[in-house]
Design a protein. Sequence first.
Length: 156
Amino acid sequence: MPAPPGLGPNQARALTLLKAGAIGGHLGAAAATGFFVAGRGVTSGLWCLLAAGVTLAFYIVGQAVQVRVADEPPQRVLVAALVSYGVRVSALGGLLAVAITQGERLQTMDRTAVVVGTLAVVVGWLTAEIVAFSRMRVPLYEPPSRKPGTPSAGRG
């Protein structure tokens, strides 16, 4: 599949993984939310949906950063990934701090729905991403051999 206009080959592969993960994550979110709405009511379904939405945002932002920097030098990709992760985890820590300090306001929270909504997105995202990656063609990154008829450098 050719890269979309304006994207390099690594960015195109990262975008493919983003799309696959987002589809899998949304399917997991929809299934878990539907389960909780049907089994425990609208309030549980809304808590499940909220947790799934936060989890989707966490993954989408992280993968979008990877799409943006995928064709940069490896050091820049690593720094971007680490900064992105730090910011995203800090934001989740902030949400946790709010939840801890506002416990009396969150008495209606269905903790099971929150956990299941989060896990459904994680499992759906990772499964879809693994399937997409297993079907993806990624060229080898090693220099060609200098002597005809011999294996590439690093092999052997």
